[in-house]
Design a protein around this ligand. Structure first.
Ligand code: MIC
Ligand code: SF4
Length: 640
């Protein structure tokens, strides 16, 4: 039987297991990346493993999230990461060099390689045929130490593209269309392979927009073949030698096939507060816009920026709109400046922000009260922008620029002819903002610099056979890690200070949770389906751990968060009968009993001691996961 692209890469990197979907597999990891908001914790964890040097082919530490530096905290953390990188053999991408996924695509990604990153949008690398996955910091730490990365072998979806995008319609609309079809949980347990004649018309940055937003589907990752388009991109980045062709076998088997005709797509938007709440721009033309933000790892390539500049050229944005533009990398910004397009953006009235995540993670540029903000980003979860009642819509750069000009949600097709952009043959290469590590010899003398904001991280305790604890919080479906552990300008600087962060845990849902959890000593959380979707931040597990959460019972879990819970020593359990969710009430006293045997058998009984009812929960863990839970999490398990 033929293999899909992902199956081929998996097969070439398989350390344990086989290609049977649903079984646990262990993969050799060639490359890792971290960003600063998850990186500090990942490197503290790496240090605690006690390995003198990373064992990957390439590891890069990016600084792109926490760049506001409104106090010493971020600057200290940057220094810490820079010194750790120097000591342990990791390249350090300085603040200002750009957003990790954009820079990694430009400078480091290679077709056919495996990459894990402590950021959920690591699948951006699938745009050049990498098997690139988001992971928790602990998993990245273990991979840096040469350890395997464990996942459940995914099933395969193939998206067959035909036709070609019409003027004003972009790769972002392809992402929004697949979200409309599959929803934010439709990709859970799958790898999405993009193929068909239509892919030949898509450039690498367009492909990367699509694989980037595969994360919003809950997919393990998304991938494009490595073909002539990939080759041309790598050559234009001066990396022709990194090219290898990669395609699926003609008789490869997929679990599901979806057809999309690119020629039929139109400009779309994801409406508040979910990336799968899709409407067309034509339908929303009477919505007044207050703010427009262009950038993020989804849409900050040179091609995106040149398109925006061409739309804005010679015009002025509507007086009621505030527009920000954050180019994705130093390379993009330099080339924009050199060709004069940056001047067109500035002249139109945009505020140019640095090459970083910025407003995407609520680091500044929050909208006004109840403000409508159109963003070329990938997530519009409630409160993520920093304004609780902000109304965030996800859009293409074309819709963003058009709406900035008119002040209303605008179908760009109403603006007339779509301006053509000309991409340069060669990108401008200047890697001076990537600092190389010390040699192994020099590394012995490198001192790791720690600031006072770095506090020890909580460690899980070995699992007990019985857990008796109150249900301190009951939440609904599609709870994101932004609900569990919000980010934003006020909180993000404390990513290396779990005790401080804990004050904000579940703040979006219930501000009283941290106090109640602390008072209870230990507790259990109940959630709906797709619990923990969104970011890879392990803080959404470490902070509940710190607050005494022992188990989370939900209808279903998002992949990375479930792994992070187990890594932290918190037990993720699912309802055997989803309707039982309705029978549990916040405040009830719960008991999980017979856990030792239960996790072996795959089912555990939950008793609601307040109502006397009993429920069956599913816990189908691999041997390794059981051992991790018994030990109290991944680090304890790894250290023995
Ligand atoms: C995000 O987009 O939510 C983030 C911020 O990049 C996160 C990582 C984090 O929380 O630091 C992600 O996507 O994993
Ligand atoms: Fe940064 Fe936003 Fe991309 Fe996350 S989604 S890596 S915050 S730009």
């Amino acid at each position: 039987m033929g293999l899909t692209i992902a199956q081929k890469i998996i097969k070439a990197h398989l350390l344990e297991g086989d290609l049977t979907p649903g079984s646990e597999i262990a993969l050799r990891i060639d490359q890792t990346l971290t960003q600063d908001a998850t990186g500090t914790m990942a490197y503290l964890e790496f240090e605690s493993i006690g390995i003198p040097r990373v064992r990957t082919e390439l590891s890069v530490a990016y600084i792109d999230h926490n760049t506001l530096q409104s106090g010493f905290e971020n600057a200290d953390d940057h220094r810490y990461i820079q010194s750790v990188a120097k000591k342990y053999g990791i390249r350090f991408s300085r603040p200002g060099n750009g957003i990790c996924h954009q820079v990694h695509l430009e400078r480091f990604g290679k077709p056919g390689k495996t990459l894990i990153g402590s950021d959920s949008h690591t699948p951006t690398g699938g745009g050049i045929g990498m098997l690139a996955m988001g992971a928790g910091g602990m998993d990245v730490a273990v991979a840096m130490g040469g350890g395997a990365y464990y996942i459940t072998m995914p099933k395969m979806i193939k998206v067959n593209l035909t036709g070609a995008l019409r003027p004003w319609v972009s790769a972002k609309d392809v992402s929004l269309e697949i979200l409309r079809i599959l929803s934010v949980k439709g990709g859970v347990g799958y790898i999405i392979e993009w193929g068909g004649e239509g892919i030949k018309t898509l450039s690498v940055p367009q492909r990367a927009t699509i694989t980037n937003m595969g994360t919003e589907l809950g997919a393990t990752t998304s991938i494009f073949p490595s073909d002539e388009v990939t080759k041309a991109f790598l050559e234009s980045q001066g990396r022709g030698e990194d090219y290898t062709p990669l395609a699926s076998d003609p008789d490869a088997v997929y679990d599901r096939i979806i057809d999309i005709n690119l020629s039929e797509l139109k400009p779309l938007l994801a409406c508040p507060h979910s990336p799968d709440n899709i409407k067309s721009a034509e339908e929303l033309s009477d919505v007044k816009v207050d703010q427009v933000c262009i950038g993020s790892c989804t849409n900050s390539s040179l091609a995106d920026m040149l398109k925006v500049a061409a739309i804005l050229k010679g015009k002025t944005i509507d007086p009621s709109v505030s527009l920000s533009v954050s180019p994705g990398s130093k390379q993009v910004l330099t080339m924009l400046a050199d060709c004069g397009a940056l001047s067109d953006i500035i002249a139109a009235g945009a505020r140019v922000l640095e090459c970083a995540c910025g407003p995407c993670i609520g680091m500044g540029f929050s909208p006004n009260s109840a403000g409508v903000s159109l963003r070329t980003f990938n997530r519009n979860f409630e409160g993520r922008s920093g304004t609780k009642d902000g109304q965030v819509y996800l859009v293409s750069p074309e819709v963003a620029a058009a709406s900035a000009l008119t002040g209303y949600i605008t179908d760009p097709r109403t603006l007339g002819e779509c301006p053509e952009i000309v991409m340069p043959d060669k990108f401008k290469i200047n890697d001076s903002a990537v600092i190389l590590p010390a040699t192994e010899e020099e590394a012995k003398d490198v001192e790791v610099l720690r600031g006072p904001n770095i506090k020890p991280f909580p460690e899980g305790a070995p699992m007990t056979d019985v857990i008796t604890a109150p249900l301190t919080l009951k939440v609904g479906d599609n709870i994101t890690t932004d609900h569990i552990m919000p980010a934003g300008a006020k909180i993000l600087p404390y990513r290396s200070n779990i005790p401080y962060l804990s004050k904000f845990c579940f703040g979006v849902c219930d501000e009283t949770f941290p106090e109640r959890a602390k008072e209870a000593g230990q507790s259990i959380i109940v959630g709906g389906s797709n619990y923990g979707q969104g970011s890879s931040r392990e803080h959404a597990a470490l902070v509940p751990l710190y607050l005494g959460v022992k188990a989370v019972v939900a209808k279903s879990f998002a992949r990375i968060h479930a792994a992070n819970l187990i890594n932290a020593g918190i037990i993720p359990l699912t309802f055997k009968n989803a309707d039982d969710y309705d029978k549990l009430n916040q405040g009830d006293e719960l008991e999980l009993s017979g856990l030792f045997k239960g996790i072996e058998d795959g089912t555990v009984t939950l008793t609601d001691k307040t109502t006397g009812e009993k429920f069956q929960l599913v816990c189908e863990f691999s041997l390794r996961q059981r051992q991790m839970l018994m030990a109290g999490g991944l680090l304890k398990y790894t250290k023995g």
